[in-house]
Design a protein around this ligand. Structure first.
Ligand SMILES: [Ca+2]
Ligand SMILES: [Ca+2]
Length: 103
């Protein structure tokens, strides 16, 4: 019982310390990360704390336009496949850039 309590306390302390250290290093990155993780913050254009139908649909329209690469009003399978590949490539590039920055 004491051992599991100690492990839990150590885990909580480690989490708190790493969160503090992370926040102290790059607060702007944390804000951007939190915004990315929180869909309400990302979609709430007028910042009233809610996502209206219009705000939601504006985002959907934007995403549809990005996927419809040839702007013909429909998303072909190839456009989905290309978008997925582009997303994966972009993610890989980000990871490589992060790795390079560490070295
Ligand atoms: Ca809103
Ligand atoms: Ca299309």
């Amino acid at each position: 019982m004491h051992k599991s309590l100690l492990l839990l306390s150590t885990g909580l302390l480690a989490t708190a310390l790493s969160a503090t250290a992370f926040a102290g290093d790059k607060p702007e990155r944390c804000d951007a990360h939190a915004k990315k993780k929180n869909p309400v913050e990302r979609l709430d254009a007028d910042k009233d704390g809610n996502v209206s139908h219009d705000e939601f649909m504006a985002n959907a329209e934007e995403r549809f336009s990005k996927l419809d690469a040839n702007s013909d009003g429909v998303i072909q399978k190839e456009e989905f496949v290309k978008a997925k590949k582009d997303y994966k490539d972009k993610k890989k590039d980000k990871m490589k850039a992060k790795e390079s920055a560490k070295q």
